[in-house]
Write a protein that binds this ligand. Sequence first.
Ligand code: ADP
Ligand code: MG
Length: 276
Amino acid sequence: MNNPVPAIQLNHLHYRYNSGNFMLNDINLAVAENELTAIVGQNGCGKTTLLKNISGLARPARGNILLRGRDTADMDIADIAAEIGFVMQEPDRQLFESTVYDEVSFALRGRKLAKSQIQEKAEAALSMVGLLDKRDDFPPALGRADRIKTVFAAILAMGPNIIMLDEPFAGQDKQGCRLIMDILANLHRQGYTIILITHNISVIAEYAQRLIVMKNGAVFMDGQPREIFARTAELAQAGILPPQITRLSQSLRKRIPLEKDALSPDELAAMLVELK
Ligand SMILES: Nc1ncnc2c1ncn2[C@@H]1O[C@H](COP(=O)(O)OP(=O)(O)O)[C@@H](O)[C@H]1O
Ligand SMILES: [Mg+2]
């Protein structure tokens, strides 16, 4: 295989807020097309700031960001938004229209598109998140999961196939988390590249192919979740615990010959049955 161009590449990225001391400090990363990457780290370590830089909402002080090989310094926010959708942490701030459909078609209406094309794209996006039946509802009156799905659909309607989400599970109940994760898993199967900031470590264990642990404005660990979870002492330095089921299997492995650390209850059960 010849060297494919990464979806996103960060070279020596530095950033600093005018009003504070916080810095992103020399971040180097390449995200491949169709990768599902999770970012974790303690509050204030710079996760949101990193995604803001990638989306163009903040601009690096030094270093650069290549989007499919193109330097984002040469792109305006709309150019970037056509390729990368960013579902921000507080979706309610991204809601301002009076129906779900209007919200989802809002940005499309700003483009010079035929009415039928707008409808087609908006409906496709609503269908991707399972909101077609709520197209006429008033967004602020929806439940939390549906509000974030509305924002999500509005972003998908613009056609980007790289999606970044900042803590989409925050404040969601179990079912809300499950619904959102199902949408993400489905998009991932369709070829989307997904970057997800979350504290939900068991969702990461189940779905992510890659886990980036940030600490103090820098990348502290980067690898496959199973490999990262095995490095418990290092993880603890970043304030992160592996999922409970992984910790249970780590503890069991001190006593019985399990093949590897489990990432899910099913995986642990399968290994225990095998042993028996
Ligand atoms: N607009 C801002 N101005 C100054 N400092 C900020 C601003 N936004 C965030 N920070 C600071 O930058 C650091 C990183 O914030 P953030 O990227 O939001 O972290 P995380 O998403 O990992 O919790 C924090 O110390 C935060 O207080
Ligand atoms: Mg944040």
